[in-house]
Ligand binder design. Structure first.
Ligand code: GLA
Length: 728
């Protein structure tokens, strides 16, 4: 049984294959966290609460409530009653008071996984998951909280979310409602997060934990380039295979807070949820608010197991697209090839050459609409620019079809240029504060998607374009953060809802889109990878990883991304050299190898290739077809990491039956006087032998002695090895 309630002990055990999460109810009706870690069978663990340690227990000595709360591991701590660590919940009533204490009232255990209305969330059948609902109440406020825990046994995952319901007669104002809190005694942990900026997303960072609060966060209205809605506690020096990891990942695409707090008693509190800054939600009588979901996992076997758990969860229980298990067409995108300077002829020249090389889809990026010849106009005016494409999109799609190519298109539906017909007609549609200049970013404003009429209008524009031609793919971009946070459609005491309502508007748009166009391949994007998060994966099976397409820069970016997300989600293209972002020259072969660890494609002017380059691209395409299923479906294993000090980056994918594997090894450029090394593999069947090229090796040899990586010279930067198990 995944969820067990021991009535006598008043203890819940939430069991997955390898882990247990335990919650207890105290005499005071507090819900408290007892344990999270390796699986335990016995629910006699109340001693962990130290209830005999008077005077710290309120039922024994009520006058010492404060000191009790300093230490007590509240399952969902609230503001204003004496727990001075980070709270998960803060509500203000009409009198202006901010304090609540919701006591346990009853619980329900059900098979299956509830949806969260309007929000992306993991899903599962009744056999795959069960859910615990803990109902708590504050009678003074007439407020009910429901803490939900869904247990995915097979994946070693627990997801958490919370609902707040006002059953009183006065409105309540929620000022903070996080999705999860976890108190853990410090066992010499460090904390891990992902950070970066434009063109340098999701580098891994591990830091010592200081007393006090340390967090990553976004206030930008999207999950952001800079910090990622992920946080982990890890045994200091944990490796891919060794060490304990507690991880939280947020299924949300807006502002977030992910925090570790250490107090004077070596207690760690890990919290995650919508960032309270700039957030207030008015809860009318009878109203209910649901938080987005936090995905939580524990690994006793290092980062590798954490990665595996998340990959399995996302592939089985989050990504809905029909493309999840389908081949994605190898695409060519014209952005780095032409930027805004193209006409139909130029596009078709690229397309013809692409088709000859074996590329399967042509994606028309920015600049095809309005009078957009650079990035300073026309967002919102989704009419094809007939000067550039005289025959319109339909004719273009047919010409591409005749070449054997599918057609994809770029849009940035959430935006409005000050220089656009749409803005001239509806200046109030931009997010703005009356009397203030709206901050421009990339010369554009953001549409106020908290307003239903704007969401409806935007949806019609997207649908109109998609109906106007044979379009198989949409790259949905979002190229700026939110500022000057005000809505012309919200009353004063609801302005604090704008950030969250905006995200709900985005989700509504994408939900409608995938329902009306179920065969559309949707790729999300945000100035590269600023909205690469589990929330967006619920709508699109792949997300553009970064505007930095340099193969060497991509190593750290893709490593951090693949630590959490399957390779099949990671948008990766081969581009021209010197690279547009960093000016580096990398062998075309290596650019191909790195892009193959994602949704493979091209983004360069293929009409300018030498014969040798054409041959190499042709080779890459043949190679990708051979391995694409393995890359998409296989288990990903990280072998070496240059950002963690290793001499190369290396990773592999192994199919579930351990019959086939693909290994990548990429070195830094220009290594002087190199002598090569041996790369030890993982995840193979120890009893078996594997072929690499014509040679045969025992799995134990490959995993303990390693495969030979030859010395780097100027032509050699990377290798991929294909392994096939020898059949008896
Ligand atoms: C963003 C995207 C790019 C490209 C441009 C177009 O930066 O990340 O891939 O689509 O917009 O303006």
């Amino acid at each position: 049984m995944a969820i067990v309630y021991d009535e006598a002990e008043k203890v819940f055990l939430l069991n997955t294959q390898n882990t247990t999460y335990a919650i207890a109810i105290t005499d005071e009706t507090f819900l408290c966290h007892l344990y999270y870690g390796k699986k335990i069978q016995d629910s006699h663990i109340r001693y962990l609460l130290k209830e005999d340690e008077s005077p710290y227990v309120p039922s024994v000595n009520k006058r010492e409530t404060n000191s009790f709360l300093d230490m007590f591991p509240m399952e969902y701590p609230e503001t204003g009653m004496g727990d001075y660590r980070e709270s998960a919940f803060c509500v203000r009533n009409v009198e202006g008071h901010r304090a609540s204490q919701c006591g346990y009232r009853h619980h329900v255990i059900k098979n299956g996984k509830p949806e969260i209305s309007g929000l992306p969330a993991t899903f599962a059948s009744d056999e795959e998951c069960s859910t615990l609902y803990l109902y708590c109440e504050d009678e003074v406020l007439q407020l009910q909280l429901c803490l939900m825990y869904s247990v995915f046994e097979k994946e070693d995952i627990i997801t958490r979310s919370v609902t707040a319901e006002n059953y009183g007669k006065q409105p309540l104002y929620i000022e903070k409602i996080l999705s999860a809190c976890l108190d853990v005694e410090d066992r010499n942990f460090e904390w891990v997060s992902l950070h970066g900026t434009w063109a340098r997303e999701r580098h891994i960072q591990a830091m010592p934990i200081a007393v006090g609060r340390q967090n990553v966060a976004s206030f930008k209205g999207e999950s952001s380039h800079q910090e990622h809605p992920f946080i982990a506690l890890a045994t200091k020096g944990a490796t891919q295979d060794v060490g304990e990891i507690y991880a939280m990942h947020f299924v949300y695409s807006g502002n977030f807070l992910a925090q570790i707090e250490k107090n004077a008693f070596h207690m760690l509190r890990m919290t995650m949820g919508i960032h309270p800054e700039g957030f207030t939600w008015k809860l009318e009588p009878g109203g209910c608010f649901a938080t987005p979901e936090v995905v939580m996992t524990y690994s006793a076997e290092g980062y590798g197991k954490m990665t595996h758990n998340l990959h399995e969860l996302y592939r089985r229980h989050l990504i809905r697209s029909a493309y999840l298990h389908k081949d994605r067409p190898i695409l060519i995108n014209n952005w780095e090839a032409t930027y805004f300077e193209f006409d139909e002829k130029k596009l078709l020249d690229i397309a013809k050459q692409a088709a000859r090389l074996g590329i399967e889809m042509f994606v028309l990026d920015d600049g095809w609409f309005g009078k957009r010849n650079k990035d300073d106009s026309s967002l919102g005016d989704w009419n094809v620019n007939l000067e550039k494409i005289p025959g319109g999109l339909h004719k273009l799609s047919q010409e591409l079809k005749a070449l054997g190519l599918k057609f994809g298109i770029w849009m940035e539906p959430e935006m409005i240029s000050p220089d656009s017909e749409l803005y001239r007609k509806h200046p109030d549609w931009a997010i703005q504060i009356p009397g203030r200049d709206i901050t421009q970013s990339r010369a554009q404003y953001v549409l106020d998607l908290s307003r239903q009429e704007i969401v409806d209008y935007v949806y019609e524009q997207i649908a109109k374009i998609l109906h106007s031609a044979e379009i198989s793919y949409l790259k949905w971009d979002m190229n700026r953060q939110l500022t000057t946070i005000g809505s012309m459609g919200l009353v004063a005491d609801r302005q604090g809802e704008l950030f969250h309502r905006y995200v709900l508007g985005v989700y509504q748009l994408q939900e409608r889109l995938i329902r009306e166009f179920p065969d559309l391949l949707l790729e999300n994007c945000s100035g590269g990878g600023a909205r690469f998060d589990p929330g967006m994966l619920y709508y699109s099976p792949q997300i553009w990883c970064s505007d930095d397409t340099d193969a060497i820069e991509r190593l750290a970016i893709q490593e951090g991304t693949a630590m959490l997300y399957p390779l099949s989600c990671i948008g990766a293209h081969v581009s021209v050299c010197p690279n547009h972002a960093v000016g580096r020259v990398t062998p075309l072969e290596t650019r191909g190898h790195v892009a193959m660890a994602g949704t493979f494609g091209y983004e360069l002017d293929v009409t300018k290739l030498s014969e040798e380059e054409k041959e190499e691209i042709h080779k890459q395409i043949v190679c990708y077809h051979r391995y694409k299923e393995l890359i998409r479906e296989g288990d990903y294993i990280r072998l070496l990491s240059m950002q963690k000090g290793d001499r190369a980056d290396a990773w592999m994918v192994v199919d579930k039956l351990k019959n086939r594997a693909l290994v990548w090894c990429v070195r830094g450029l220009n290594i002087p006087n190199d002598k090569g090394f041996f790369l030890r593999l993982k995840g193979l069947d120890v009893e078996s032998k594997y072929h690499i090229d014509e040679k045969q090796y025992s799995a134990d040899v490959l995993m303990n002695c390693g495969i030979r990586i030859k010395p780097a010279d100027k032509d050699f930067v990377s290798n991929i090895f294909y392994l096939e198990r020898q059949t008896k």
